[in-house]
Write a protein that binds this ligand. Structure first.
Ligand code: NAD
Ligand code: UDP
Length: 331
């Protein structure tokens, strides 16, 4: 009998790749998603799908009464930084209350393992680069605060109830399944690579580069892009790590390499063979100069070996998705 894993947020960008990877590895998968930012078309038909909200404990009870869930992968959250600054309560409500209810149901049904999508945003404007697990977490926006609160809750429910957890702090998730069947489709889309590819497709005239006066070699922000299927694989390794009896912990997941906005545009021009017009625009609020992960701990402890180490290869998968789905899942 294969183990049953619940993916909360399994109709979302990273969640749909997570579900694919679990099914490919032989797990039995239950998806819980309210489709607030996810897509029905992204729901894998080989998984059992329950449409509902993780803040709704009655709904969760119905799911857990029917399904022999052994672990939860928690990916259901709101994650747009500027939106969180304008409407922090929306973020505390969805992200923090959703986590409380999932932990309650885990306690009630004696589910012992939780793998959580955390974020580089919990570090704020770090003084240190690359960022290790020891770097102080000082988030500078409500989204990052909500994720740090969720990590802190996980610590205390382990102490009290023995719920074991791993927080995986992703840096910039990017790319799509290599065959282009699932991919990134946020609305609104705020992430750099899909916006660049929209420009490459001629769906917008010019890409706006948000600031070129940062403390970086070319003045544009430097980020660490990590492929979405490599992220998914890290969750499976984290689950195995907990099931082997290891203690709760957190890992930073990135590529240990930084690319500026200008460098990403150049790489996308090579991949797409399109001009991709770009212009300098004012800074976007709250962008730290440089965010690069030190992922050596995930590599040594989990045995994580990212398959995508080349930025053009990552962008190519996003381009394949974009060409097959010019309007995202609506296509
Ligand atoms: P997404 O918006 O595509 O996916 C989130 C999914 O969760 C959606 O399908 C949405 O419908 C669902 N959801 C949200 N609230 C819910 C609720 N209360 N009940 C049930 N379902 C709910 O986002 P994503 O880019 O795939 O991100 C997934 C996770 O990874 C998020 O927790 C995000 O904070 C985290 N993360 C993402 C990135 C990134 O670069 N995309 C980086 C770091 C961390
Ligand atoms: N960015 C940009 N133009 C865009 C979208 C993003 O210049 O249209 C920049 C943004 O300022 C940041 C980087 O690209 O420096 C990555 O942004 P993204 O939103 O993809 O990820 P973040 O690092 O903010 O999570």
């Amino acid at each position: 009998m294969s183990e049953t894993i619940m993916v909360a947020g399994g109709a979302g960008y990273i969640g749909s790749h997570m579900v694919h990877q679990l099914l490919k590895t032989g797990y039995d998968v239950v998806i819980v998603d309210n489709l607030s930012t996810g897509h029905r078309q992204a729901v894998n038909p080989q998984a059992r799908f329950y449409e509902g909200d993780t803040r709704d404990i009655q709904f969760l009870k119905q799911v857990f009464a029917q399904e022999p869930i052994q672990a939860i992968i928690h990916m259901d959250a709101f994650s747009i930084v500027p939106e969180s600054v304008g409407d922090p309560l929306k973020y505390f409500d969805n992200n923090v209350i959703g986590m409380i209810k999932l932990l309650e149901i885990m306690q009630q049904y004696d589910v012992k393992y939780l793998i959580f999508s955390s974020t580089a945003a919990t570090f704020g404007q770090p003084q240190q680069s690359p960022i290790t697990e020891q770097t102080p977490q000082q988030p500078i926006n409500p989204y990052g605060v909500s994720k740090l609160m969720m990590e802190q809750m996980m610590h205390w429910v382990d102490q009290a109830y023995g719920i074991k957890s791993v927080a995986l702090r992703y840096f910039n998730a990017a790319g799509a399944l290599a065959d282009g069947s699932i991919g990134e489709d946020h609305n609104p889309e705020t992430h750099l690579i899909p916006i660049i590819l929209k420009t490459a497709m001629g769906q917008q005239d010019t890409l706006k580069i948000y600031g070129n006066d940062y403390q970086t070699p070319d003045g544009t922000n430097v980020r660490d892009y990590v492929h979405v299927t490599d992220l998914a694989q890290a969750h499976i390794l984290a689950l195995k790590y907990l099931q082997a009896g290891n203690p709760s912990t957190a890992f930073n997941l990135g590529s240990n390499q930084g690319f500026s906005v200008q460098e990403i545009i150049q790489a996308a021009r090579k991949v797409t063979q399109k001009a991709i017009p770009a212009e300098i625009a004012p800074r976007r609020g709250g962008d730290p100069d440089i965010l690069i992960a030190d992922s050596s701990r995930a590599k040594s402890i989990l045995g994580w070996q990212p398959q995508y180490t080349d930025i053009q290869a990552i962008i190519k998968t996003a381009w394949t998705w974009k060409q097959k789905h010019p309007q995202g899942y609506q296509s």
